[in-house]
Design a binder for this molecule. Structure first.
Ligand SMILES: [Zn+2]
Length: 121
């Protein structure tokens, strides 16, 4: 038996995932932005990965405004960001440069000593 798994696309990273791996956001008929955990609320919906990074990026780039065809208010964004804090954080890129920089030790001797330039015009 092969169950049909509903797939949805994240509006931020465009990855197609099983619906359960995403969080639905909905613009209700009343114009409110809601996090729709059950995925059944009426209104225009958009999906984001269960990944903090996607949420942050989506909010930073106004991807949700576009997807939901409305303008998110600052308080909406704050609420969504607060929600995102509870999501796992997966870096989209696996490029992780190990920080092997030189220790920032030596203090630079003051080159410019208080040159109180008196401007004469
Ligand atoms: Zn995503």
């Amino acid at each position: 038996m092969v169950k049909h798994v509903p797939l949805r696309t994240c509006v931020q990273c465009n990855q197609v995932r099983p619906k359960r791996g995403l969080v639905r956001l909905v613009r209700t008929p009343g114009g409110e932005i809601e996090i729709d955990e059950r995925g059944k609320a009426p209104g225009r919906g958009a999906y984001l990965c269960r990944n903090q990074v996607c949420w942050e990026n989506a909010l930073a780039r106004d991807r949700l405004d576009y997807a939901l065809q409305c303008t998110l208010r600052p308080e909406d964004k704050q609420r969504l960001l607060a929600y995102a804090q509870g999501l796992p954080r997966e870096e989209a890129r696996s490029v992780e440069a190990p920080s092997s920089g030189p220790p920032a030790g030596e203090p630079v001797p003051g080159k410019e000593k208080g040159t109180a330039a008196t401007l004469e015009s």
